[in-house]
Design a binder for this molecule. Structure first.
Ligand code: AMP
Ligand code: MG
Length: 311
């Protein structure tokens, strides 16, 4: 992707003034603001209509910029070396003298941090002298945005600027791992758990459904297209219902939407949110989803669809 410097400079100028700007990342688009500015962080919550108790992920250029805000351990160093920049978010202890806005963390002493890989996001992060708080650039509980048009569809002129970065290559949010104490996964995401387990050489528990919510990616209703979704449907599709399939069938009807031609899970994850948006726009009143294997990224896709089905 070719970098447009004028665009990046425009985003930087607005961010320096504590304005919010939508930015591309390889997972989904983020609604970014200066993580050290109360004013910018308050705006993010307001624009998204996001509950105040749902903390924000803070995006850094590299670990050197993180040292003044968080303490970290060996597990962090191992994972960082192998997977960053990339689709993994770490929950760490926040340092007492950190300047991170209290609105980011909801006054908690932990911080979720990520190092995005998208070249436009990296170029921007390198040019500014503060990290970016950036939740997904969609209205709270709705489908995430994977291109600039999605962001504009949700926010219109309410957002001062959307930095163009093409379609997100992963298309699904980051995997969140809590590294305080024994590592545990708080949200399934774009990095497969098996890769993390292999590196840390231990079985890692998934805590994405606790009664006490510590990562509201765990909230039951989320990623919703606003119409009912039926899961694990193999037959009896209604005519006015869209049928979401993991791969192309021999017989394809106009209401059939496939996430991948060959059932490739990476491709399916990349197409998930854009296909849900498309189905909604085309006026269907409900969606039936075929059974999707619960392996690798299939687990993440099933997690999102299951939350999206809780209308
Ligand atoms: P979003 O950026 O909209 O995908 O949402 C960010 C996700 O990160 C939400 O699920 C948050 O609950 C989670 N998160 C942010 N900060 C923390 C934290 N300090 N501890 C646990 N989860 C967090
Ligand atoms: Mg989100």
């Amino acid at each position: 992707m070719k970098i447009n410097l004028a665009n990046i400079k425009k985003a930087k100028k607005l961010l320096n003034k504590s304005e919010c700007v939508a930015i591309p990342t390889e997972t989904v688009y983020g609604l970014a603001g200066n993580a050290y500015s109360d004013k910018a962080c308050k705006k993010i919550f307001k624009l998204k209509n996001r509950p105040k108790n749902n903390p924000l992920i803070v995006h850094y250029y590299n670990y050197r910029n993180l040292i003044k805000d968080c303490s970290f351990n060996n597990n962090f160093i191992e994972l960082y070396k192998k997977f960053c920049p990339g689709p993994i978010t770490f929950v760490l202890n926040l340092k007492k003298n950190s300047k991170i806005s209290k609105f980011v963390t909801n006054k908690k002493n932990t911080l979720a941090v990520r190092f995005p890989k998208h070249p436009v996001a990296r170029n921007l992060l390198k040019r500014i002298n503060f990290p970016l708080a950036a939740p997904s650039a969609n209205l709270s509980t709705k489908i995430s945005a994977v291109c600039s048009a999605d962001v504009k569809e949700d926010f219109g002129k309410k957002i001062k600027y959307v930095l163009e970065g093409g379609k997100s290559s992963i298309g699904i949010e980051s995997t969140i791992i809590d590294l305080r104490g024994k590592p545990k996964i708080l949200r399934l995401g774009g990095l497969e758990n098996s890769n993390i387990q292999k590196l840390l050489k231990e079985k890692i528990k998934i805590y994405n459904n606790p009664s006490k919510i510590s990562a509201p990616g765990q909230f039951k209703i989320h990623y919703s297209p606003g119409i009912p979704i039926r899961l694990n449907v193999e037959k009896k599709i209604n005519d006015n219902e869209a049928y979401l399939l993991i791969k192309k069938k021999r017989i394809n009807k106009p209401n059939y939407y496939f996430l991948s031609k060959k059932g490739n899970l990476k491709e399916a994850a990349r197409n998930l949110y854009s296909t849900l948006r498309k189905i909604k726009k085309e006026g269907y009143k409900s969606i039936a989803v075929c059974k999707i294997s619960n392996n690798g990224l299939g687990k993440t896709i099933n997690d999102r669809l299951s939350r999206a089905s809780k209308l």
